[in-house]
Write a protein that binds this ligand. Structure first.
Ligand code: AHM
Ligand code: MG
Length: 338
């Protein structure tokens, strides 16, 4: 007699391999690259979870290339991600929020490296010391340079719409890896007892509407009129304000519950604070793939914004379709942007 197991566990590795056929060119190289990222995030997760026990918390007394304080765990995550991306030899170069310059990776066994990776190894790092969720964000592009292991800065200057995959790992009450290869969004929760990411959220669809809005309302007076009007409207509608200060966590909540996340321009950050390559683009690809919208405060689709520098910043309004459309209406009504 044969028995069929219901609810069979599907691990991240198994899922990636099974879905390889949906990628544009199913050579297995993107599969191997995604697996490298899965391994790196398990190592980062281990350190994030024991961060209170060992001496890797706190400020490393150096600023990152964007001028923010860097905490030691950021540096660790950065190093682990780069080392793991080196493993399979599929990645030719990495641009990280933590490094001023992008890094060329050494070829493995003289094989062809077709991809470049952009990443924020530990987003929301100001939250580490106080046990609040942080995350890793990544985006993957096919490099433009034709030679086997060659890679140039221009390989990173591709619009977000050219990404072949994007994802994030949220180190929260549980650790979840969410990623897309442009064919829907899936989430995998880390089962610590077996050390595997297991498929837990299949084909994630973002609600068209939600009751949450997420913005640093402390900057209210520093926002442009149209943004203030939109926030006023959120208050009038009794939407609930939730702001963790960790984009991954705030967008993750919107992805599942519905909502909108905003980081508009302020006097301190006239072009927005968040980085287009490492934060806005990957989150925008995921949200769009789940049925949401992501625009900047000039109402450009985030994924269509031209890239001219690896540390480029952007404003962002990202989230449920109806809420972002409402934001767009407010911008059109109260500003010169048409
Ligand atoms: P980080 O990558 O240095 O951690 O900075 C990005 C973070 C986002 O996760 C978060 O949304 C934002 O900065 C919070 O900024 P603020 O404290 O200005 O609200
Ligand atoms: Mg960040």
């Amino acid at each position: 007699m044969t028995t069929t197991r219901q609810n069979r566990i599907i691990t991240l590795d198994e899922f990636i391999i099974k879905n390889q056929k949906h990628y544009n060119d199913a050579t297995g190289s993107l599969t191997r690259l995604l697996r490298d990222i899965g391994i790196a995030s398990k190592i980062v997760n281990r350190e994030v979870n024991k961060a209170g026990l060992v001496n890797i918390l706190g400020d490393a007394k150096s600023g990152n290339s964007s001028g923010d304080n860097v905490q030691k765990l950021d540096l660790f995550a950065n190093q682990v991600m780069i080392e793991c991306l080196q493993n399979s030899g599929e990645c030719a170069g990495v641009a990280s929020e933590e490094d001023e310059k992008w890094t060329k990776l050494n070829p493995v066994s003289n094989k062809r490296a077709d991809y470049v990776v952009v990443m924020d190894p530990l987003d929301g790092s100001s939250n580490i010391d106080v046990n609040v969720s942080v995350g890793t964000i990544f985006g993957i592009y096919k490099k433009l340079t034709k030679t086997k292991s060659g890679v140039k800065e221009s390989d990173f200057f591709q619009k977000g719409s050219k990404m072949v995959a994007a994802g994030y790992v949220l180190y929260g009450t549980s650790t979840i890896l969410v990623y897309t290869t442009g064919n829907g969004v899936n989430g995998f929760t880390l089962d610590p007892s077996i050390g595997e990411f297991c498929l837990s959220h299949k084909n994630i669809k973002m609600p068209d509407f939600g009751i949450y809005y997420s913005v640093n309302q402390g900057y209210y007076q520093k926002f442009d009129l149209e943004v203030r009007r939109f926030i006023d409207n959120c208050n009038d509608e009794n939407y609930r304000l939730r702001y963790i200060g960790s984009m991954v966590s705030d967008v993750h909540r919107s992805l599942f519950k519905g909502g909108i996340f905003l980081y508009p321009n302020t006097r301190k950050y006239p072009g927005g604070k968040l980085r287009l390559l490492y934060e806005c683009n990957p989150m925008a690809m995921i949200v769009e793939q789940a049925g949401g919208i992501a625009v900047d405060c000039q109402l450009n689709r985030i994924l269509d914004v031209p890239v001219t520098s690896i540390h480029q910043r952007s404003t962002i309004a990202i989230g449920s379709k109806k809420m972002v459309k409402d934001f767009i209406s407010h911008v059109k009504k109260y500003s010169a942007v048409k």
